[in-house]
Design a protein around this ligand. Structure first.
Ligand code: GDP
Ligand code: K
Ligand code: MG
Length: 276
C-alpha cells in the first residue's frame, strides 16, 4: 500500500480532535510533542488502497512562531513535509479561520480545507459557496460535520486526490504590486547569495517571515547581504504605507481574506420557531 502522511492543522476548537476520532476511531494513539506537554495524536489506518498516517498538529491561529504551538506546527510542516495537510476550519467563523489558511498557502502546504461545523453553519443560515472558495484559494474544500460524522469519506477522497496529483496548483494570493516586487526582489537576492535557504524553506513564507522579523525557525545564520536587503525592504514599506512592516503584512492578509469572504459567504435570516 502507498503511505500518505497527513497533518491536521487548524485554529483551536474547530473540531480537529472530533474529526480525527471520527476518521480514525480506535486506531488513535496519543503521545506528546517532544519537549512540551502538548498532546500529539496520531493514527494509522487503511483507506481504499492506501495507508493513511494522521498527525494532529497543535491548534494555532497563525504560523508566526510566537507560541510553542506555532513553533511545533511550523517545524513539523517545514521539516516533515507531510504529503497532505487538512486545514480544519470552523464554517461559522470562516473570516477568522482563513488567516491560518492563507499562511498555510504561503508555506506551500498541499492543502485541503475541511469546512467543519457545516451543520452549525447551516442552522445559523450561513451559506458558503464551496466551489467558489476552491477556485479563489486554488485548493480543495470539503464540508464536514465531525460530530455527525458527515463528509468524512469525501474528505479522505480529496486527501488521496491531492496525494496523487502530479502538479502543484500555481496560485499565489497577491499583495499590493509594490510589495510583491519587494518580495520578489528579496527572493532573488536569497537565490543569489544564500540559495540553500530556498532548499530548506518555502520561498514566499521565508521572504514574508524575514520582512516580519519572524526568524526563529531559521537554523542557519543569514548572510549580511540578505539582512541588509531585508532592512531596506522594511524601510521601503514604512515609507510607502506609513505602517510598520508586521502590521502591513497582517493587513494585506486580511484584505485578501475579506475579499474572499465577501465573495463566498452569504448570511440568511433564520426564522426562529415560536413554540410558546
Ligand atoms: P479542537 O480543539 O480543534 O480539537 O476541537 P474539538 O474536537 O475539541 O471540538 C471543539 C468542540 O466543537 C467540541 O465541543 C465538539 O463537540 C464540537 N464540534 C466538533 N466538530 C463539530 C461539528 O462538525 N459540528 C458541531 N456542531 N460541533 C462540532
Ligand atoms: K479543545
Ligand atoms: Mg483538539
Amino acid at each position: 500500500d502507498k503511505i500518505i502522511k497527513v497533518a491536521v492543522a487548524g485554529n483551536p476548537n474547530t473540531g480537529k480532535t472530533t474529526l480525527i476520532n471520527a476518521i480514525a476511531g480506535t486506531n488513535l494513539h496519543v503521545g506528546n510533542w517532544p519537549g512540551v506537554t502538548l498532546e500529539k495524536k496520531e493514527a494509522r489506518f487503511k483507506y481504499r488502497d492506501y495507508e493513511i498516517h494522521l498527525i494532529d498538529l497543535p491548534g494555532t491561529y497563525s504560523l508566526s512562531n510566537d507560541t510553542a504551538e506555532e513553533k511545533i506546527a511550523v517545524e513539523f510542516l517545514i521539516k516533515e513535509k507531510p504529503d497532505v495537510v487538512i486545514d480544519v476550519v470552523d464554517s461559522t467563523n470562516l473570516e477568522r479561520n482563513l488567516y491560518l489558511t492563507v499562511q498555510l498557502l504561503e508555506l506551500e502546504a498541499p492543502l485541503v480545507v475541511a469546512l467543519n461545523m457545516w451543520d452549525e453553519a447551516k442552522s445559523k443560515g450561513i451559506d458558503i459557496d464551496v466551489e467558489k472558495l476552491e477556485k479563489l484559494l486554488c485548493i480543495r474544500a470539503v464540508p464536514t460535520s465531525a460530530v455527525k460524522e458527515e463528509g468524512i469519506k469525501e474528505l479522505l477522497d480529496a486527501v488521496i486526490e491531492i496525494y496523487e496529483r502530479k502538479e502543484k496548483p500555481k496560485c499565489v494570493l497577491h499583495f499590493e504590486d509594490q510589495v510583491e516586487e519587494h518580495i520578489k526582489g528579496l527572493i532573488d537576492k536569497i537565490k543569489e547569495v544564500q540559495p540553500i535557504l530556498l532548499d530548506l524553506y518555502p520561498a514566499r513564507y521565508l521572504a514574508l517571515s524575514l520582512i516580519e522579523g519572524n526568524t526563529s525557525f531559521i537554523d542557519l545564520s543569514l548572510s549580511e547581504d540578505i539582512q541588509k536587503y531585508v532592512q531596506n525592504v522594511r524601510k521601503e514599506i514604512e515609507k510607502l504605507y506609513h505602517k510598520d512592516p508586521v502590521t502591513f503584512i497582517v493587513e494585506e492578509r486580511y484584505s485578501i481574506i475579506i475579499s474572499i469572504y465577501e465573495q463566498v459567504v452569504k448570511k440568511h435570516v433564520v426564522k426562529s420557531v415560536d413554540i410558546t
